[in-house]
Design a binder for this molecule. Sequence first.
Ligand SMILES: *Cc1c(COP(=O)(O)O)cnc(C)c1O
Length: 219
Amino acid sequence: MGIQENYTAIKDQLPEGVQLVAVSKTHPVEAVQEVYDLGQKVFGENKVQELMEKYPLLPKDIEWHLIGHLQTNKVKYIAPFINTIQSVDSEKLLAEISKEAGKNDRAIKVLLQVKIAAEESKFGLEIDEAKTLFQKYIDGEFSNVEITGLMGMATFTDDKDQVKEEFLILKGLFDELNQLKTLKTLSMGMSDDFPAAIECGANSVRVGSAIFGRRDYSK
Ligand SMILES: *Cc1c(COP(=O)(O)O)cnc(C)c1O
């Protein structure tokens, strides 16, 4: 199947109200443009350098989401234009985003990335750290960020029950924090597990290979 068929098939599977972030990492700007021309406006990249290469070549009304681990010294490059940083995994990073957003006279939307996977390798805040950070935000710290929700990645496994269990942990935290201050976005689910994520309450999914095809990291 080509990109157009893939994209249409994914869109058909998403209930109303579920946002699609098309994850274009490793794919050329021509492929991004093709999906954009089908009506997609929200795209996700996981590396600052790749985003900086693509950004000037693509339409200015694209909403770019950063979904990969972000080093504090690179925040300044994306601060002028990034729509949402989904991968906030430390207080230091959140403070830096707020500072750089301030320099650009804007507020940047962010999601707190919470570690829900059993795997050691995945980035993210522990549940308690996320709660603490959110409380500081409510108390008025980080004045140039808007925490709009949470992001999480489940363990890479065929065990559907485990994946759902992990998604439900994040949904529980989302509901809890949402009582303190309204949150909009619960970002969970990728090509292989987005239907499960939606069942567990996700209202934003990050889909790459199911739209663009397999990624080739050798280039
Ligand atoms: C690459 C990536 C995705 C998309 O993965 P696919 O399996 O290709 O859909 C989603 N979220 C994050 C954080 C990613 O790095």
